[in-house]
Unconditional design. Structure first.
Length: 387
């Protein structure tokens, strides 16, 4: 069997995001565990960040650029709606795996027509849930509708959670029998990377609470800031708050509650994997009150590091966290503050969450993700041969 995996989203600023973690670790796990099938890793060269594999590829893997002219923001439309369908046919692929379903037409997405059977990973239907908060422009709405129509024509869909599988069936994107749930895992640790002076300084200051995700509307950073303000009302509370992400809200939501939160909210952008792992390992609690996630990978990353986790009782998060986290209503700042107090004030709760989280994280592995994904490839290829 000859499989193509489209890694072009990695060239568009996604390498440190969930899609990047998924793409790189899936490819690495397949390379480590499958010496039988042939894999063609498709990339876009000369656009955005140049991609190089993080591991040495075995002989049954090859890296092939998509032969599309460079036309600025139009390049992904041309490359994936015209060039890629022709190129995968010429490469004699049995299956193509598309890893992203974007709403922005300037990002590489799902080909609307494809003679080679297309397996598409759909992590979430967040634009349908959040509407205008994400689909702010008419071109976004039209392109996302176009992408969902392409998903309906795909040979098979992969998703990472029961919650998203239910959404896909509910919105009539695919029947349940055409969807396979394949969980992800925390990425491997990289002890070779050094920490920046800024991150070292954060670790050496007062104990801290941690949030990863930035100011995207579903992340509820405003609720985190307000909950931190509530905690800071107590003069005995000495923790800082560290926010990790590309963009953040101002301190206003915390300062509106109390000025004691002033100068205690720290922000980190463009952190490395090693720096993020160090922050997880040293935080007093990890706060992730997201309203909607496709998988919630930061929850597993924090659990793997032994951090007590407080997350939402909605979307896929209870499914991923299991019994190893405190669950709250995502829009309730008081509930979040109370959960933090419970973790900080009760050592038994803190130790129980830490140990249960480490055990929970170990239940997920990239080897298992690769094994289940390969089974989908083989099933799709077999069904295609039989028709």
């Amino acid at each position: 069997m000859r499989v193509g995996i489209d890694l072009s989203p990695l060239s568009f600023g996604n390498r440190t995001r969930g899609i990047g973690v998924y793409a790189e670790n899936l490819a690495a796990a397949l390379a480590a565990n499958d010496m039988t099938n042939e894999y063609v890793l498709l990339t876009l060269r000369g656009v955005g960040d140049a991609y190089t594999p993080p591991v040495l590829l075995p002989q049954n893997f090859s890296l092939v650029p998509i032969r599309a002219p460079r036309l600025g923001r139009v390049t992904p439309i041309l490359s994936h709606q015209l060039v890629l369908p022709l190129q995968v046919r010429a490469l004699r692929l049995d299956v193509l795996h598309t890893l992203a379903v974007p709403f922005n037409p300037s990002q590489p997405g799902v080909a609307s027509w494809q003679r080679v059977p297309n397996v598409v990973t759909v992590f979430d239907l967040m634009p349908l849930h959040l509407g205008n908060a994400i689909l702010r422009h008419t071109r976004y709405r039209r392109f996302y509708d176009f992408q969902l129509r392409a998903c309906r024509r795909a040979a098979h869909l992969i998703t990472a959670s029961q919650a998203t599988a239910r959404d896909l069936a509910q919105y009539a994107i695919a029947p349940r029998e055409k969807i396979t749930i394949i969980p992800l895992a925390a990425p491997p640790l990289d002890p070779s990377q050094m920490l920046s002076n800024d991150v070292r300084a954060m670790l050496e200051r007062a104990p801290f609470l941690l949030h990863v995700g930035g100011n995207e509307p579903q992340k509820n950073q405003e609720i985190i800031l307000r909950a931190f303000g509530l905690l800071c009302r107590n003069p005995a509370f000495r923790h800082n708050l560290i926010l990790v992400g590309n963009a953040h809200l101002a301190d206003d939501s915390a300062l509106d509650v109390t000025t004691r939160a002033s100068l205690r909210i720290l922000r980190a952008t463009n952190v490395t994997r090693a720096e993020l792992d160090a922050l997880y390992a040293h935080c007093a609690a990890f706060l992730f009150p997201s309203s909607y996630e496709g998988f919630g990978l930061p929850v597993l990353e924090a659990m793997r590091a032994g951090a007590p986790v407080i997350t939402s009782n909605t979307s896929c998060l209870p499914e991923i966290a299991g019994e190893a986290a405190l669950l709250i209503e995502p829009r309730d700042a008081t509930a979040l503050a109370n959960a933090v107090r419970r973790v900080l004030d009760d050592e038994r709760v803190r130790v129980k969450l830490s140990e249960a989280g480490e055990r929970r994280a170990q239940e997920f592995s990239w080897a298992r993700t690769a094994e289940l994904t390969r089974a989908v490839y083989e099933r799709v290829a077999r069904q295609t041969r039989q028709t």
